[in-house]
Design a binder for this molecule. Structure first.
Ligand SMILES: [Zn+2]
Length: 414
């Protein structure tokens, strides 16, 4: 078999990261209490993994571009060029992340070309499109995991608007309009768009008055421990304290906490973020697999650039309960998390002590993470926290020395 490669992967120390989960996974101490937000496994130019067994040190993107046929196989090269199509991550959120949405492929291509033509430098904080790729993503909770995902059913939004006195004048006609549109999907999307546009375009002063009032009422409840995480109020207070804007302005992203589905995932549960679906990770650790892109449009809860016009172009105003995904067994040891994209596939291999898992030659470029336990591959021992790249088309067999959990990213073949 073509050899596998142990990877040394980079950590992103974003301020919202946790202190323990990723250091513990990697078996390192964190005496300075640095935030460990994300472990990037892959070939993204922003933080490519490095092949440990090569001298001089070579990063995965360079190695793949020089050995693309071996690394990726012809099918993947034909479709994606000599690049790894996915980016694989472990993420640990202690504090919440911004509300975000990712563009479709067509939109990313058009947006990227327009910003290139306009001469906006790629590192400019006002730049929306860092590359011309879409960024669908799937993630699986590794702990209890809190997040916002998609817009709530409109009837729930109506209830939320009615139940919160500070929202009284926001859309007083909403129940009437809602009755008018009934179940018509276009009408429902249009109704939600109108409300969302109103919020995004509202004068800052009005946003401040509204949330100063609401927060004055709910912050004492938060401080006395009377708000539970299942209540949007809990996250609104947390968000208001996390994202303090200049001169005391309130972040209008706070509205979205009341408009979006608030999810509490159990370990092993997943969601898929298609283009246009707004989402925000609030708390917990997960494993995440996405197309190799950095295109993010933000909808608030961030000190970063918010481009309301581009955001409104991108958002999918469909509403309804969020789809929570479970893994589907594909063999006795592997469960797959189906995502409706061709760029990547995510699965989890669970082995009892003494158990084994065999992968045939028919596979794309694989990235394996030993999340728990220890396994042997081709006579070599792999410990918890190790990450491997296995070139396309090379069969392999994992044998567990202990009860083990291995996460696998790959590119599905036709
Ligand atoms: Zn995202």
């Amino acid at each position: 078999m073509a050899g596998f490669h142990r990877l040394s992967c980079q950590v992103q120390h974003y301020a919202w990261g946790g202190y323990e989960f990723i250091p513990h996974l990697l078996g390192i101490d964190n005496p300075e209490g640095k935030p460990f937000a994300e472990l990037w496994m892959g070939a993204h130019p922003g933080a490519p993994s490095v092949l440990k067994n090569l001298r001089p040190a070579t990063d995965l993107q360079t190695w793949i571009s020089e050995n693309s046929m071996t690394a990726l196989g012809d099918q993947v090269i034909k479709k994606y060029g000599p690049r790894l199509p996915y980016l694989f991550k472990v993420l640990d959120a202690r504090d919440m992340l911004s509300i975000q949405v990712h563009p479709s492929k067509a939109q990313a291509e058009a947006g990227f070309a327009a910003e290139e033509r306009a001469g906006i430098p790629r590192q400019d904080p006002k730049r929306n499109y860092k590359d011309d790729n879409h960024k669908p993503e799937i993630h699986v909770a590794l702990s209890e995991f809190w997040m916002l995902h998609g817009f709530r059913p409109l009837e729930e939004i109506a209830d939320a608007l009615a139940a919160i006195p500070e929202f009284e004048n926001l859309a007083p006609q909403w129940p009437l309009y809602l009755q008018d549109v009934g179940v018509d999907p276009d009408g429902r999307r249009a109704l939600l768009r109108t409300l969302y546009e109103q919020i995004m375009m509202m004068p800052q002063e009005e946003v401040n008055i509204l949330f100063d009032g609401l927060l004055a009422r709910i912050e004492p409840l938060y401080d006395r421990g009377l708000l539970k995480k299942i209540s949007p109020h809990y996250w609104a207070v947390k968000a208001a304290r996390t994202f303090r804007l200049d001169n005391g302005d309130r972040d209008r992203g706070l509205f979205s906490i009341y408009l979006m589905n608030l999810l509490r995932l159990q370990p092993g549960q997943a969601t898929f973020q298609a283009a246009g679906v707004p989402h925000a990770y609030l708390e917990g650790s997960n494993i995440e697999l996405m197309a190799n892109s950095d295109n993010v449009l933000r909808g608030g809860l961030t000190p970063k650039h918010v481009d309301a016009v581009e955001l409104l172009k991108t958002l999918d105003f469909s509403s309804g309960p969020a789809a929570i995904l479970e893994g589907v067994p594909v063999s006795g040891s592997e469960i797959k998390y189906p995502a409706p994209v061709a760029d990547f596939a995510l699965s989890c291999i669970r082995l009892e002590r003494g158990g084994s898992h065999t992968q045939s030659k028919e596979h794309g470029p694989d990235c394996l993470l030993v999340l728990e336990g220890a396994v042997r591959l081709a006579g070599e021992s792999l410990q918890r926290g190790e990450v491997l790249f296995v070139p396309a088309g090379s069969g392999y067999s994992l044998a567990a020395d202990k009860q083990s959990v291995i996460w696998r990213a790959t590119v599905p073949l036709d």
